[in-house]
Ligand binder design. Structure first.
Ligand code: GDP
Length: 138
């Protein structure tokens, strides 16, 4: 069993896609073991995306991520990290496979509806960034 962090980004929440995204997850056997809505501050978004601090899109990305509320969730399942990445599709929705969340709903390389951890260590950091032990159901 593995855990991963999922975020429905501000574009997904604002466009009414929470239900669609959750349906994709549940239909594909990923179990939600924690969930909440948050509206990140600039500092929170910068800390979350610290690995991208030097990228040219960093300030645009953090502005986008603080532009409205997000839904953050912890997902659990066998190979949850790679399975959820597969469901999301490529970062650039134009390169994402048919039937993936980003291919279906993203409108832009940045406004791509969802986030998912990309590796085990990242998942541990990202889950701990948003959730305490007590908020995760066992
Ligand atoms: P992910 O793991 O698929 O989310 O992709 P990355 O970790 O590479 O990038 C993090 C997020 O930054 C992406 O999901 C996009 O929202 C955004 N992003 C990535 N590449 C670009 C880019 O070239 N331009 C802009 N504006 N945003 C980007």
């Amino acid at each position: 069993m593995e855990r991963t962090l999922s975020i429905i980004k501000p574009d997904g929440v604002q466009r009414g896609l929470i239900g669609e995204v959750i349906q994709h997850l549940e239909k594909n056997g990923l179990k939600i073991i924690a969930a909440k809505m948050i509206h990140m501050t600039g500092r929170e978004a910068e800390g979350f995306y610290d690995v991208h601090r030097e990228k040219p899109f960093f300030s645009s990305l953090t502005a986008f991520m603080t532009s409205g509320p997000c839904v953050v969730m912890v997902l659990e399942g066998e190979n949850a990290i790679s399975r959820y990445r597969d469901l999301m599709g490529a970062t650039n929705y134009k390169e994402a496979a048919e039937g993936t969340i980003r291919r279906e709903f993203a409108t832009d390389i940045e406004k791509n509806v969802v986030h998912g951890s990309d590796a085990l260590e990242t998942a541990v950091f990202e889950i701990g960034y948003f959730f305490s032990q007590l908020e995760i159901v066992l």
